[in-house]
Design a protein around this ligand. Structure first.
Ligand code: NAD
Ligand code: 0WE
Length: 260
């Protein structure tokens, strides 16, 4: 007996086996959910297809969330394939690499727009496109990071974008409440994914994190998957508009102690 038996979940944002979206997908599958996957574009197809097979997923659709037509199309195709769905996971973010270093004030107008478009607006756009086919009792979920609230070196425009994403979660939760669809976010600690690879200073920050965090460990995509099961299952039936921290306790700290 699984916590997601009989539920259908559409997951956006699998790029490879390290993706947080993949950790969530595996967790959902283990709890009995039927899975649909959407990936950014043709370049990723070769990587995502074999992963889809591992979770008996036969519905995989490309969708560049920068393009309204592709969003409309993936929603139409989902309706044709599944009818209604219960869960939508948004695990997508993008900013220009050169704006994830140095001073925040150097963010360009176009770089600001790009980060907001791909990392924030896309969640709202997907929510609207899938609204007609979301079953009552359903859930929308997105991924955020503590840099939304506190300054994280180099996170820059992504921090501003995540603040807007978290505000979107609250507005969407209010919109969808009358449909009995819940909207939440998970704020994950740093995880070594494609989106974290090559980020300047990530490796050092990642190591320090495990020394400082109350639980003295890093977070994994499996940890995020487990929290996602809770938020998208009936166990969280009365929880909406929230940001749940899966961060080994890091965000409770004010002043960091000398570590032993
Ligand atoms: P990832 O690189 O595996 O996933 C990011 C995904 O965004 C990729 O699948 C990529 O294809 C997709 N994407 C980018 N532009 C897109 C577009 N135009 N259209 C469609 N898809 C697009 O990295 P990840 O770390 O798993 O990131 C997933 C989410 O988790 C992001 O929202 C990220 O901000 C968030 N997050 C990551 C961490 C971390 O440390 N890795 C921590 C907290 C939150
Ligand atoms: O949200 C993220 C990843 C965001 C991200 C990362 C990249 C790197 C490659 C968005 N766009 C891009 N574009 C690229 O070209 N995280 C929470 C992981 C992350 O990214 C950081 C971090 C952490 C943590 C960037 C700078 C500082 C810390």
């Amino acid at each position: 007996m699984g916590l997601l038996d009989g539920k259908v979940a559409m997951v956006f944002g699998v790029a490879n086996e390290r993706s947080i979206a993949w950790g969530i997908t595996k967790a959902f599958y283990q709890q009995g959910a039927q899975i649909g996957l959407s990936y950014a574009g043709e370049m990723l197809e070769r990587r995502v297809k074999p992963l889809a097979e591992q979770v008996n997923c036969t519905f995989i659709e490309p969708c560049d969330v920068a393009d309204d037509q592709q969003i409309t199309r993936v929603a139409q195709r989902t309706a044709e394939h599944f009818g209604n769905i219960d869960i939508l996971v948004h695990a997508i973010a993008f900013a220009n690499r050169d704006e994830l270093q140095g001073a925040y004030y150097n963010t360009s107008r176009s770089g600001f727009h790009l980060a907001m478009d791909i990392s924030v607006y896309s969640f709202t756009a997907l929510a609207r496109a899938f609204q007609p086919i979301l079953r009552p009792g359903g859930a929308l979920l997105t991924l955020t990071y503590y840099g939304s609230d506190k300054v994280a070196p180099n996170y820059n425009v992504m921090g501003v974008a995540k603040a807007a994403l978290e505000a979107s979660v609250r507005y969407l939760a209010n919109d969808f409440g009358s449909q009995n669809v819940r909207v939440n976010a998970i704020s994950a600690g740093p995880i070594r994914t494609l989106a974290a690879a090559g980020v300047s200073g990530f490796k050092n920050m990642y190591q320090k994190y495990a020394e400082i965090a109350p639980l003295r460990t890093n977070v994994t995509s499996e940890d995020v998957g487990n929290a996602a099961i809770f938020l998208c299952s009936d166990l969280a039936a009365k929880t909406t508009g929230q940001v749940l921290f899966v961060d080994a306790g890091y965000s409770i700290l004010g002043i960091v102690e000398e570590v032993d």
